[in-house]
Structure formats: C-alpha cells, structure tokens
Design a protein around this ligand. Structure first.
Ligand code: MSP
Length: 485
C-alpha cells in the first residue's frame, strides 16, 4: 500500500447509439476537472468512464445501419471521430474506460445477477407495464406525463412478458435512512427532495430486471432467453471495472467505495435508489456521493437526437479551442442546474474572461517584465489573493466549479487593476523607484503563476503555455479576441 489517499470518480457510461453532443461533453469535462484537481492535490485518482453498449436501442440502430451490433459499436466507440476520440480531443484524462461488452464485465454481471437471485433479491414473475423503447425504461401509469414517457416525451407502449424482478420495494426505508444519515450522499439537495416526493413516497415498486423481447444484452446464464436489464448491467460497471467478480482488474479494495458518481439529472433515480438498493442486497459498501448535474439546454429543450438540436463538440472545439470550451462549460453555468447554451454566451465569455482578463494580464505583465528587464525573483511579491484561495478550494470540494472559477478570475481582475494603480511605466522613469517596480512585476508574475495552478484542472493546455511564457521565455497571444459583427 502506498498510503496515498485515493479518489474514485465516475461519469455515466454513454450510450453509443446517438452522436455525442456538447451536453454529453459537459459531464466528462466536469469529472476531468475534478480528477485533475485531485491529482494535483496528490491523490491517487481513479477516473472511470466508458460506454453502455447493450439494449434494444443498440440492436435496432445496428440493424438499421446494416451492421452487427459490435461492428456498429466499434465504429462509434473506438472508430475515427468516435467517443474515445472525442475524449482525447477534449483532454478528458480518464484512467480507465469500460465497455459493457468487455468479456470480463459480461461474465461478472452474470455472476452478480445469480448472486442477487440466490439471495432472494431477484424473483421470477410477469411484467405488465408501460415501456419507453428509446429510454429502455419502465414507467407506472402515474409517472407518465400526458400518457407519454416523462423523460423524453415519446410514446410508451404496453408490454407483458415473463421476467425477473428486483425487490426494490423492500428498500424504501433504508434508502430514506441513507439520505437522512448521509445528507451528502445525494446532491444537490433539490435532487433528494425530488427522489423522495416523486419515487419513494408514492411507494417504491419492484423493478423488472430481465427482458426476453430482444437478444442484445447479457444473457441470464441460468435461464436462456432472458437478458439482463440494461440498468443492472450498466450500474455495476462502476465495480466490475475495478475487478468486482472478475480477474481483469484488481483495484476494488483500493478505490471502492466510489467518492462521487457524476450523473445527469434524469438518471439520478437509478443512481440514488436502484443502485444503493442493489448494493444493499449484496451487502456491499455504498458510494459516498452521487451528484446530479443539470442539463445543457437549447431554448429550454434538452439537446439530443430526438429533438434534433445537437451541438457538435468537434465543431465548437475547432472553432473556439478546447480550453475555451472547457472553461465556458464550467464558468457559465452552475453545475447543479440547467444552463441554456448559446454561441453568443460562449463568445462573450471568451472575450471578456479569457482574452480581456486572463490573456491581457499575461501579455501586459510579460511585456513589462521584458521591457524593464525584471523577473519574478527580482522583487518581493505582494499577495493579491486575500481569501480567494481558500474559497476556491472550498468551492472545488463541493463541485461548485462556476464559483471556484470566479474566485480565480476575481484575482486576475484585481491584478489587472493593480497594474493601473501602480502605473509601472511611471515607476520605470524614476531610477529611485526600481525596487518598487521590481515588486510590482514580481507581484504580477507570481499572481499569474498561482492563478495558473488553480486553472490547470480546467485549462491544462493554456496553463502549460502560461508556464512556458513565465519560465521559458515563450511569448504569444493566449486567446485572440473573437470579433462579433
Ligand atoms: N447509459 C446511461 C448511463 C448509465 S450509467 C450507469 C445514459 N447514457 S447517455 O449517453 O444517454 O447519457 C450519458 C450522460 O449524458 C447522462 O448523465 C446524461 O444526463 C448526460 N447528458 C445527455 N444530454 C445532456 C445534456 N444536454 N446536458 C447535460 N448532460 C446531458 O444515460
């Protein structure tokens, strides 16, 4: 054992059926920022992401494309311009990538399903209910909105078939106790209220966990014809990826329980009810926290194939730059609530924060250091941070990325003002003010260095450039202003 503190963070595993859009990128970038932040703090980080590759939706999409499911999946997951390429482009520094079609995961899920069955947590019955095909979700009549799927608004249909059920109904009290005894388990607070009032208080139902109407899933090995419900298959990725019920990996003891699952708000219910209930059924330790973030929306509607309003992260990254995009996603919107994405907001952020504030400060400060032949070490730096460092850390610890970034940008603004207040060009004219001038330059460069450190999890490429400018004499514009008509 290294004795190093560990930090295990996950994103949801993505459905490869639809083209990924900027909304999907949101969670991966946020998790990446957190992973980089914790690594910077010396934690031994496990950042897990991957793809959720089973289910009727994939089976259908592959068929429509004239491919086998795995051909279809390989192209979208590991093919050119696919999911792993997108994460590479966005600098998403995951430590492990799981595909639920990986052999080790498949056999582990079969063992897990059997263990749940052997413990009496799963039983065989008949399923009759409302099913949303695209969402692969069962709903009760009461949960439907205008008779349609409450998640995507599409038609649901009646389904009846022999199926296995998980006794979710038995866990309501324990889940409520979990929320009460561990208020940090589900965040933000609003999500907890929603889970209680929409799902737990109306009465938790047993949940159908096997299907016989399609084949593209993990077979229940003791009952041919049944495949494991995608959410059981998907949720356990968080443990199989570490070696639970398999030998492909061996770090479950080191990283489990998970420090935080980042998930979009519509899948909070799976992560904060079904997931802990299944873990309780197997007497396994529960994750420490689930954070349900908001959606990026376009004119109020969730982005996605169904509504057609997809915003392509490749196009955005190429147009504006990866770091500008990463910064924008976390600076513009509070993580816990929905944010309306517009190009205008993106351009304004880039111009005001990155070009005018950060970029200007760096170029003005270095230009003066060059002109007056002074370095960071020539003077005594003043602290322009006040309590902003502590505030930044506190905000990062509670995933308040927007507030953490404001803390840093407040310091950068302060440093820009400091230039105007101290007027180094006036000091430079007077030889007796040389020490004072050296102090000013030192303050500016030290402030830039310290801010770069705090910005590194958000904009790793940009801060690498800043360090090159500070330490290696490199020069250049960090963020050109984007002209708007
Ligand atoms: N496969 C499941 C997750 C299983 S986790 C055990 C799934 N996949 S998904 O590809 O549909 O969505 C992945 C994540 O992207 C979800 O957390 C979802 O909320 C998020 N987003 C999809 N569209 C989004 C926005 N427009 N904005 C923010 N997040 C969005 O769900």
């Amino acid at each position: 054992m290294s004795g190093k503190k560990t930090f295990f963070i996950t994103t949801p595993i993505y459905y490869p059926s639809a083209k990924l859009h900027i909304g999907h990128t949101y969670c991966s970038v946020a998790a990446d920022v957190m992973a980089r932040y914790k690594r910077q703090q010396g934690f031994d980080v496990m950042f897990l992401t991957g793809t959720d590759e089973h289910g009727m939706k994939i089976e259908k999409a592959a068929k429509e494309a004239g491919k086998t499911p795995i051909e279809f999946l390989d192209e979208i997951v590991i093919g050119k311009g696919g999911i792993t390429d997108l994460w590479a482009l966005m600098n998403v520094s995951y430590d492990r990538f799981i595909r639920t079609t990986d052999d080790y995961h498949v056999s582990a899920i079969q063992k897990i399903f059997k263990a749940l069955y052997d413990r009496g947590a799963i039983y065989k019955g008949n399923y009759e209910g409302k099913y949303c095909v695209p969402c692969e979700s069962f709903w009760t009549e009461a949960q439907l909105v205008d008779g349609k799927c409450p998640d995507c608004g599409r038609e649901v249909r009646d389904e009846k078939e022999e199926a296995y059920f998980f006794k979710q109904s038995e866990y309501a009290e324990r889940i409520l106790a979990l929320y009460k005894e561990h208020p940090e388990f589900l965040q933000p607070e609003s999500r907890k209220r929603e889970m209680i009032s929409s799902f737990i208080q109306p009465g938790l139902e047993d949940i159908c966990v096997s299907r016989t109407s399609f084949k593209w899933g993990i077979p229940v090995d003791f009952d041919p014809g049944h495949v494991v419900y995608v959410w059981v298959d998907a949720l356990f990725n968080y443990m199989t990826a570490l070696g639970y019920q398999n030998d492909a990996h061996n770090d479950l003891d080191k990283y489990w329980p998970c420090d935080v699952h980042f998930v979009g708000k519509e899948i909070v219910r799976f992560h904060s009810i079904l997931w802990p209930a299944m873990l309780m059924a197997l007497d396994l330790p529960l994750p420490e926290r689930v954070y349900g973030h908001g959606w990026l929306v376009l004119d109020g509607a969730k982005m996605g194939k169904s509504t057609g309003n997809v915003v392509d992260p490749y196009v955005l990254a190429e147009t504006y730059g990866v770091d500008a995009l990463r910064y924008f996603l976390l600076a513009e919107f509070p993580f816990g609530i929905d944010g309306n994405f517009t190009n205008e907001l993106l351009v304004t952020r880039i111009n005001s924060d990155l070009a005018n504030n950060l970029g200007n400060l760096v170029s003005r400060s270095l230009a003066m250091a060059d002109k007056y032949v002074l370095s960071e070490k020539d003077g005594t730096a003043k602290d322009l941070f006040g309590d902003k460092r502590e505030s930044y850390r506190a905000n990062m610890e509670k995933f308040a990325f927007q507030a953490a970034l404001s803390d840093v940008f407040d310091v950068l603004s302060r440093a820009n003002k400091y230039i105007d207040e101290t007027s180094p060009w006036v000091l430079a004219k007077d030889d007796s003010k040389r020490a004072e001038l050296a102090g000013v330059i030192s303050t500016l460069l030290a402030t830039i260095r310290a801010c770069a450190e705090l910005l590194t999890p958000f904009m790793p490429d940009t801060t690498a450039k800043i360090y090159e400018q500070l330490d290696k004499g490199a020069r250049g514009v960090l963020f050109p202003r984007i002209e708007t008509k």
